[in-house]
Design a protein around this ligand. Sequence first.
Ligand code: CA
Ligand code: CA
Ligand code: CA
Length: 224
Amino acid sequence: MKNAYKVTTLLSALALCLFLVTPSYAIVLDFEGLGNLDYINEFYNGGTSSMGYSGTNYGVSFSSNARSIIDSDAGGTGNFGNEPSPSTILFFLDGDAAIMSLSSGFDTGFSFYYSSIDYLGSVDVWSGLDGDGDLLASVQLPTTPQDGGDPNGYYSPFVAFGIAFEGIAHSVSFGGVVNRIGFDDVTFGSVTPGPATVPEPGTFILMGLGLAAFLGIARRRRNA
Ligand SMILES: [Ca+2]
Ligand SMILES: [Ca+2]
Ligand SMILES: [Ca+2]
């Protein structure tokens, strides 16, 4: 009976740990898997890019001018370096901005990396799809430093940038001068760009044991 209680307590503690450390999986678009000078199109929306590639379906679509480019180090024609996820980034060659729409919407914040050596960039967050509706946030992106790349590339490094906003956003426009700004690791629902930090299985076990030990101490104190 006592052992059964212990097992139940331990299982509850482990379940609580799993619940507490379950990460909220932020969507991160790293543009890997797209082609060089590819039009992104429906790559992240259950369809394909202009070159016929298909990525995870996040319900994210891009304006017709949004393209991907691969670093020259990796066989493409990109003149950049130290991108956060090698070796493909987002850029555009016509228009004022590449617009990204997320049909399910997102809140809290939004983040990305970018490189823009010579010109200012801008990012607008909209309540509607395709840069429509209310403007929820609008920021100017400063020019970025230059470090020589990996091992070469004019646009390097990529700098992290986060934007917090209120309400539900459905689209983002990435603005700048054509062919002079690049973006990578576009992250929804977080002001810190990049992959969600998923705890290692070992962490679960250690945390589980830690909490079980803590509960054990608490019980012994109560019984004393
Ligand atoms: Ca690179
Ligand atoms: Ca490079
Ligand atoms: Ca990338």
